[in-house]
Design a protein around this ligand. Structure first.
Ligand SMILES: [Zn+2]
Length: 127
């Protein structure tokens, strides 16, 4: 893999990392006990927007909280993979599939710089 390509990927990954962290911190907080884990904040609505009763507001809060969890989870995973990819760049292992250790297709890496597996080994792959 070309040095320039990896450098480009590194810049992309660092940009993604920052964006992911910003997005996560808008509704979640870092878990101080578990590295890389984030916790969604429980939203507190004051009800002024909906004019609802305390009970309605509370159920809105629960709904909002529950809707955040899957978003938090997927952002968290993406951030984890992004950090992992940056680590692999440091150790010179970037671009290798975590399963079969073949080189991951460059086009695939362009679209998804944090890819951990080649198209064949990717868990969501239909092939
Ligand atoms: Zn593979």
């Amino acid at each position: 893999m070309k040095k320039e390509f990896i450098q480009k990927q590194k810049e992309k990954l660092e940009k993604n990392k920052k964006a992911l962290q910003e997005e996560l911190s808008s509704f979640a907080e870092k878990n101080p006990r578990i590295k890389g884990d984030w916790k969604s904040r429980f939203p507190e609505f004051d009800g002024s927007e909906t004019g609802g009763s305390r009970l309605e507001v509370a159920s809105d809060e629960v709904e909002e909280y529950l809707s955040r969890l899957p978003i938090e989870h997927s952002l968290e995973l993406k951030l984890r993979d992004t950090n992992l990819a940056l680590k692999k760049i440091k150790t010179g292992k970037y671009g290798k599939c975590g399963k079969c250790s073949k080189n991951i297709d460059q086009n695939r890496l362009e679209v998804c710089p944090e890819a951990r597996f080649c198209a064949k080994c990717h868990p969501n792959s239909n092939e």
